[in-house]
Design a protein. Structure first.
Length: 199
């Protein structure tokens, strides 16, 4: 029996984003339990139990000022990771961005760059944000390249505040402003929808 197509919120050429799914909690758990994956996350190195992952999911879907999406590789809609905006502040029109590609075979193929572009597009053109920022590690060279390709600029660092693999590393701060974002797909679609409804 064919697998039903997941609910999709935003699609790119190679990646689509949709809501988190309860039935994929075991998949999330496998991803976050891998040190190869978790070393790049803020809570890197932890190995939660399945019950702890279920608790995380229950909290995550109820949190305010957060937008979390499942990431799918096209055209098969294979789940490969998550991407989110959190600490959303509508008064100051800003948010923090995070991404995790949980499937190792899907890294280094440009999918992360497109997923970042899609979530930034959503933040600027659906949520009316103006500034989106992120923090990453000095040793996350692939991630930093992907963020730069999506339009982020390195704006500062905290020196040697991360300990990994026997040494200290810098924490890198990057951001992007709405006027700097040039890869919008959502604007054209929203304008098309608006035009279709004008009598």
């Amino acid at each position: 029996m064919a697998t039903a197509r997941p609910v999709i919120s935003i699609s790119g050429e190679y990646v689509a984003l949709g809501p988190l799914r309860r039935d994929l909690i075991p998949v999330y758990h496998a991803w976050i339990s891998s040190l190869e994956t978790s070393q790049y996350l803020s809570g890197g190195g932890s190995a939660p139990t399945l019950d702890e992952e279920i608790d995380w999911y229950e909290r995550a879907i109820r949190l305010e000022n957060e937008e979390r999406f499942k990431m799918y590789a096209l055209p098969e809609f294979h789940p490969i990771g998550t991407v989110n905006l959190h600490q959303i502040n509508h008064r100051h029109r800003k948010a923090n961005m995070g991404i995790m590609i949980g499937e190792p075979a899907m890294r280094g193929r440009g999918l992360g760059t497109e997923a970042v572009e899609l979530i930034v597009d959503y933040g600027f053109n659906a949520l009316n944000l103006y500034s989106i920022w992120l923090t990453t590690s000095e040793f996350n060279t692939a991630g930093r390249r992907a963020y730069a390709k999506a339009g982020f600029t390195e704006v500062g660092l905290r020196r040697q505040c991360l300990f990994q693999a026997g040494r200290f590393w810098d924490e890198i701060h990057m951001d992007i402003l709405a006027e700097e974002f040039t890869a919008s797909r959502l604007t054209k679609r929203l304008l098309t929808l608006e035009g279709d409804t004008v009598s």
